[in-house]
Design a protein around this ligand. Structure first.
Ligand code: MG
Length: 173
């Protein structure tokens, strides 16, 4: 059985993942408004991934006989001035999520809860990728600066991103 503290922290993480999904959905519609269709696609895939993250945590709670408690999702920002502003905010947000995941792992270690530590390792690796991909796009956007052709090329590239079910959720959706 999970400790009460860890159950509450994982339930809070479910909410944090749904909030992330909602943030990226907002960034997606905002990018569509600006005419950046590829960037809108990238954030729409991100929206789906965050819902999958929430689902992985919910499945884990259920598999350990714990109650899933869904709390209201707080409001998110509605518009950004530019693509780079949205991606910089994405990176900052993912750094915060990384610290939340690390905190969950710290609790699991203190609790000597080995199953939870094992489950969380996937998320620790996932966060490295999340931060790296946001940073890569920021680097590209900084390189092209105000070039409309450059932004067009990046937008075209980001239009090719497709959603794939994260490994822990395969066969469980
Ligand atoms: Mg996430």
């Amino acid at each position: 059985m999970l400790s009460k503290r860890l159950q509450e922290a994982i339930n809070a993480q479910v909410n944090a993942e749904f909030w992330s999904a909602y943030l990226y959905l907002s960034m997606s519609v905002d990018a569509s408004d600006r005419g950046d269709k590829g960037i809108a696609n990238w954030f729409m895939v991100q929206f789906k991934e965050e819902q999958a993250h929430a689902q992985i945590f919910m499945n884990y709670l259920l598999s350990r006989g714990c109650k899933v408690e869904l709390a209201p999702i707080a409001e998110v920002k509605k518009s950004w001035n530019s693509a780079i502003e949205a991606f910089k905010e994405t990176l900052e947000h993912e750094k915060k999520v990384t610290s939340l995941i690390h905190n969950l792992y710290d609790i699991a270690v203190e609790d000597k809860d080995y199953a939870s530590q094992s489950m969380l390792k996937w998320f620790i690796d996932e966060q490295v990728e999340e931060e790296e991909s946001a940073q890569d796009i920021i680097d590209q956007l900084e390189k092209v600066d105000d070039s409309k052709l450059g932004l067009y090329m990046i937008d075209k590239d980001l239009s090719t991103r497709t959603y794939t079910t994260p490994a822990p959720l395969v066969g469980k959706e």
